[in-house]
Design a protein. Structure first.
Length: 368
């Protein structure tokens, strides 16, 4: 991709994901400064950017580690020298547990959340066979109903985890993903505080019972600023803040917003209709959600998937806007960044709209 270095971003082959390096570094710095002022750790989630290079920048800025959802993502991070990895979803299959063992040999401080005693015993058996120690967090269901034990079960399950020979019990994870996009800040604050105060009570019960609980983690881009001020929370794991998307840009934040560091470029490829034009980014380029992407380099235009299929999208003019011309390159803030990024191999890195680097999205496709 070196042939693109030095070009204006509008000259890139589209669809393309572009990251403004200044905005990216601003987002990293802003999150780190926020956390430092509150004496709390940041362990950002790599499931958003899926890029070891960005993970390294976050670590260099002072993040305590990096989160990954899948063990295959964690393995890629570990191979690239990333430490302090937390796998935030349980793993059960033997081949995944064996991959975890490989990760521990590279990055022994890796942590895993677990929510099932039978699964814990299975993992511990493999650890014993390989003479490995695993840092473990108990996953508590924050109300999504996805993974995690109930609040009522947490103390009993954690006590049993503590007794397993090759487990080092570190604490709890409680993530309330279902409230991250509540638009009203007061409503989101109330909901998050209710959940995490309950988790904090579990943390204190674990300490009082002698089980110990060094870590209480969770939180996302929608609630980090709320959760950081809740007693007991020791770290936050926001993901989308790093590049931002339209979904998160649309909700109310305390203290302003992060910058949309990542945009997508898409070219107008057909102008044969008076009502709309067709661009070269469809569902294979932009993950389809209720929140539409926002076109930022031309006014009064809206993007819609419009039933145009996998390869193309539809752009219409509103409020007296003028339809773009054939071969115009449009710049969009995507609706939902995580699964959109997973569709691409590269980020084109720009400064003052000039391409200065190209970074591999080396965790993309790591769905195992």
């Amino acid at each position: 991709m070196s042939e693109y270095i030095g070009l204006n971003k509008a000259q890139l082959n589209t669809p393309a994901l572009v990251i403004d390096k200044t905005k990216l570094l601003n987002n990293i710095s802003r999150m780190q400064s926020f956390a430092k002022a509150r004496d709390i750790n940041v362990r950002p989630h790599a499931k958003t950017h899926k890029c070891s290079k960005i993970a390294q920048l976050q670590i260099e800025a002072g993040c305590v580690g990096i989160c990954a959802t899948k063990v295959s993502e964690a393995y890629e991070l570990a191979k690239n020298g990333i430490k302090g990895i937390l796998v935030t979803s349980p793993i059960t299959a033997l081949n995944k547990i064996q991959m975890l063992a490989q990760i521990l040999q590279i990055a022994p401080d890796t942590m895993l959340v677990i929510d099932n005693l039978e699964n814990a015993e299975k993992i511990n058996k493999l650890l014993v066979e390989n003479n490995l120690i695993l840092n473990v967090l108990l996953d508590i269901d924050g109300g999504i109903g996805r993974t995690g034990v109930s609040f009522d079960e947490a103390l009993g399950v954690a006590t049993k985890f503590k007794q397993l020979s090759n487990f080092k019990f570190r604490g709890i994870q409680c993530y309330a993903g279902h409230i991250q996009h509540i638009k009203d800040l007061n409503s989101r604050t109330k909901a998050s505080r209710e959940i995490l105060l309950k988790a904090g009570k579990i943390k204190q019960e674990l300490i009082d019972a002698g089980v110990g609980c060094d870590i209480q983690t969770g939180s996302g881009t929608g609630t980090f600023s709320i959760d950081a001020d809740i007693s007991g929370v020791t770290e936050i794991q926001p993901g989308s803040y790093i590049v931002m998307d339209q979904e998160y840009s649309d909700i109310e934040f305390d203290g302003g917003k992060f910058l949309p560091a990542m945009t997508m470029l898409s070219t107008v490829i057909s102008t044969n209709h008076s009502t709309h034009v067709t661009v070269d980014a469809g569902t294979k380029a932009m993950y389809k959600v209720d929140t539409r992407p926002t076109i930022i380099n031309q006014q009064n235009l809206i993007y819609d998937w419009g039933g145009f299929g996998d390869e193309q999208g539809k752009v219409m003019a509103v409020n007296g806007g003028i339809l773009p011309k054939l071969d115009d390159v449009l710049e969009l803030v995507v609706g939902h960044c995580d699964p959109t990024i997973n569709l691409f191999d590269k980020f084109y890195i720009t400064e003052n709209d000039i391409v200065v680097d190209c970074w591999d999205i080396d965790l993309r496709g790591k769905c195992q």
